[in-house]
Design a protein around this ligand. Structure first.
Ligand SMILES: NC(=O)c1ccc[n+]([C@@H]2O[C@H](COP(=O)([O-])OP(=O)(O)OC[C@H]3O[C@@H](n4cnc5c(N)ncnc54)[C@H](OP(=O)(O)O)[C@@H]3O)[C@@H](O)[C@H]2O)c1
Length: 340
């Protein structure tokens, strides 16, 4: 006996990956519903070796469905997630809407699996921001060993983090630069993204930081430890899939770089690729389609007493979104919604 599973946002980048990963990991699905907006009604989407036709989220009845993976953005989530929850279907949401709600667990299974018990408060579980998810997977085992005091992170985030429109804009703008008369002006992004980098993701806040940067601070505290200080600079780069992060970590206790490497090698969800030679490190193009959070360039920061620098790369559509959501569904199934 398996689960009746809904994927809302099935025509989007994250929704498609959710369907792929449910099939790849053989999540026990008895029945699947792929939902999107009315304009996509009937669109055929792959689910393993089958195809499913999308239905309209607006008119869908969640009664009798067990789990709904949502990837539709905050506006649609606000309307439909409470409907699903009220019908007894547990929502695992990828938008930022519920992440900072104290009554809603924000889960990265490798880091804070036990917090999932709080799902009964609202029948909703939140999935973190893509940049936070991969970072906390890397930080957790190091924090357990040497207590992290402060993190300084700079991100290099791919355009797929901005949805289908982000991917299209990089593709069209890049092609347009070579064809006179077919230049594409910035629309989804604030400046040209082709052959450029943009130090601005999400809206500006009063203190000069951006909402994306604030999310990394607030979510790391909620998932890992409220005492960890985080300062972030989030940057969009012309990469289709895969977010990269340069992370500087200051610990309470001394942690030797060799021990840090050994700890990370043994940690769940982490893959260390760290040879001090040409190409002995990971780049985003190599992580596409993978589950792991890759760590390279592990080294001592000699400018502080207890510091380590590292480079962290992961597929933002997978660990940053769809994979983490499916892992949450697996955790929910094994601990709380047992079947069979
Ligand atoms: N991309 C990432 O790296 C990432 C990481 C973490 C979290 N997220 C979050 O995941 C969510 C989806 O992101 P995405 O990258 O997959 O976006 P996307 O590629 O633009 O896809 C959006 C999906 O939502 C559906 N949708 C939008 N408004 C809807 C409405 N009113 N009613 C029904 N369906 C609606 C779209 O359906 P139609 O095709 O019919 O319009 C489409 O299936 C967002 O909340 C995003 O912040 C994304």
């Amino acid at each position: 006996m398996g689960y009746k599973v809904v994927v809302a946002g099935a025509t989007g980048n994250v929704g498609r990956e959710m369907l792929n990963i449910l099939a790849e990991r053989e999540f026990p699905v008895d029945e699947i519903a792929a939902l999107a907006s009315r304009k996509s009604l009937g669109t055929e989407i792959s689910f393993g070796d089958k195809t499913v036709k999308t239905k309209d989220l607006e008119t869908f009845d969640f009664t009798g469905w067990d789990i709904a993976l949502f990837a539709v953005g905050s506006d649609a989530t606000k309307i439909y997630a409470p409907k699903a929850a009220a019908a007894g279907c547990v929502v695992i949401d990828n938008s930022s809407l519920y992440r900072y709600d104290a009554a809603v667990p924000l889960i990265v299974p490798e880091v804070n699996a036990d917090a999932i018990a709080g799902y009964t408060n609202k029948m909703i579980i939140a999935n973190p921001n893509c940049s936070t998810a991969q970072m906390v997977v890397a930080l957790k085992p190091l924090h357990d060993r040497a207590r992290i005091k402060r993190v300084v992170v700079s991100t290099y985030q791919s355009v797929s983090g901005a949805g289908k429109e982000g991917i299209d804009e990089l593709w069209d703008q890049t092609k347009g630069l070579y064809v006179p008369g077919q230049e594409v002006a910035p629309k989804k992004f604030t400046k040209q993204i082709a052959f450029n980098v943009i130090p601005h993701i999400d809206v500006f806040l009063d203190d000069g930081s951006t909402k994306e940067e604030w999310k990394m601070v607030a979510e790391t505290k909620k998932i890992l430890d409220k005492n960890i200080k985080v300062t972030a600079t989030c940057v969009r780069v012309p990469v289709f899939v895969g977010h990269s992060e340069s992370i500087n970590i200051e610990f309470e206790d001394f942690l030797d770089e060799h021990e840090a490497r050994d700890i990370l090698r043994e940690s769940p969800g982490v893959m260390v690729i760290d040879k001090r030679e040409n190409g002995g490190y990971i780049t985003p193009i190599e992580c596409v389609g993978d589950y792991a959070t890759y760590i390279s360039r592990i080294r001592q920061d000699s400018t502080i007493d207890n510091g380590i620098n590292l480079w962290c790369v992961s597929d933002n559509l997978r660990k940053g979104a769809a994979l983490n959501a499916v892992q949450i569904a697996e955790l929910l199934g094994s601990r709380h919604l047992k079947k069979g």
